[in-house]
Design a protein around this ligand. Structure first.
Ligand code: ADP
Length: 396
């Protein structure tokens, strides 16, 4: 099967053509500057191509994507008929979606209903869906939601302790994000551990970071909230914060709520603490050169992640498996070691040599560690492709 995976942003559109069974990626690329001028970055067969193509809307971006996929020189298929289905990444499924689903008019209406919860991403995701429907009307389309994996959380995890009307009238609650990644690494951890009957804490640590607590394969809690701002500090996001801090800053500096939220989303996190960069590599280099602010940023990040791991072990009533994934989780041995330092009381014991692994599936805990600690590279595209293939095959 050939599944085209689409991740549409407001001015960009990422794509991959993939075999959901083998995970083989035949081609991938990025349409950028949509609505400005338009540029296609395509790679296939070990070759990269960059083309300036006018893309006033997402429709032209999809058309350019399909054109290059069937291009006689740089393409990988002969005809768009060889695309069996399209899987779309959709940010917010609100309380409407508990799983991926085949797109029809009702699904589109429900994604639209979730726009207030994902005001930046859902409209862009919809543009990608509509553009695909227009150029490939008979190809099945599937929506895969960033929030869906977390919808198994119990009310005590997802409800906020604020007046009920905001939940009832406005669907204000914890949703969580990176769900496709958490779902993928959970699936892999269960396969690798040989049983579903385990308690897992997943640490998706990248530019954006979130943790999830999973038992029996189902998400019980996650660190992001109504929006991706909550949880551990991230590249540029503050993570959890006393809400009154926002009020204080807004009052003192005459800042609007939007400007304040922009500061908390874009100018905070390890970028703010380090004063150097949002990129963990730069911060690790800074700390190695003796920059104390960089050292604090790393320390704070590790401390908050460690606190979440501890609280999730308590929430689950135990811990069998700890998983590290995403840019930092997969690549930074020093951050993994720093996070796990002091978790010995929970049965987490890292083996320094095994922990030197980068970007590969591997156990990094010592043989006598009670908790098995894994590095599992995430593959959100493969998860989207597998969900898409499964739904489309079942519908046949
Ligand atoms: P995104 O949330 O944008 O998907 P990624 O999962 O790609 O982010 O993670 C990006 C982060 O991973 C960056 O902060 C980058 O510094 C970090 N990273 C990548 N490789 C390393 C490494 N070898 N050591 C430390 N951090 C790394």
């Amino acid at each position: 099967m050939n599944i085209l995976i689409i991740n549409a942003g407001s001015s960009s559109l990422k794509y991959q053509l993939m075999d959901p069974e083998t995970g083989d990626v035949f081609a991938k690329g990025l349409c950028e500057r949509i609505g400005i001028d338009g540029r296609l970055n395509h790679s296939a067969n070990g070759k990269k191509v960059v083309k300036d193509i006018p893309m006033p809307t997402h429709s032209e971006a999809i058309a350019a994507t399909l054109d290059i996929l069937v291009d006689s020189v740089d393409g990988v298929i002969q005809s768009t008929d060889q695309i069996d289905a399209v899987g779309h990444r959709v940010l917010h499924g609100g309380m409407e979606f508990f799983a991926s689903c085949i797109i029809n008019d009702d699904v589109i209406a429900a994604i639209e209903k979730c726009i207030p919860l994902g005001p930046l991403h859902n409209p862009a995701n919809l543009m990608g869906i509509r553009a695909c429907q227009a150029v490939m009307p008979t190809t099945p389309q599937v929506a895969v939601f960033d929030t869906a994996f977390h919808m198994t959380m119990p009310p005590k995890a997802y409800r906020y302790a604020i007046p009920t009307e905001y939940y009832k009238n406005d669907s204000i609650r914890r949703y969580g994000f990176h769900g496709t990644s958490h779902k993928y690494v959970t699936k892999r951890a269960i396969e690798l551990m040989g049983t579903k009957d385990i308690k897992i804490v997943n640490c998706h640590l990248g530019n954006g970071s979130s943790l999830s607590a999973v038992s029996g394969g189902k998400c019980q809690d996650t660190s992001m909230g109504l929006t991706p701002l909550a949880g551990v500090p991230m590249g540029t996001r503050s993570g959890d914060l006393d809400t009154a801090v926002a009020q204080f800053i807004m009052n003192k500096y005459g800042m609007s709520a939007d400007d304040c939220l922009n500061m908390l989303n874009k100018k905070s996190g390890v970028l703010a603490l380090s004063g150097v960069s949002s990129d963990f590599r730069d911060i690790e280099n800074g700390a190695a050169e003796g920059n104390e602010d960089c050292a604090l940023a790393l320390d704070k990040f590790a401390y908050e992640v460690r606190k979440y791991i501890g609280s999730y072990a308590a929430a689950l009533g135990g811990l069998d498996c700890l998983v590290f994934t995403a840019g930092v989780g997969e690549n930074s041995a020093s951050m993994r070691a720093r996070i796990c330092e002091g978790l010995e009381f929970l049965g987490v014991k890292i083996d320094a040599e095994k922990n030197s692994v980068r970007g590969k599936e591997a156990i990094i805990s010592a043989d006598d560690s009670k908790v098995t600690v894994w590095v599992i590279p995430t593959n959100e595209e493969l998860m989207i492709a597998q969900d898409t293939a499964e739904l489309v095959s079942a519908a046949k």
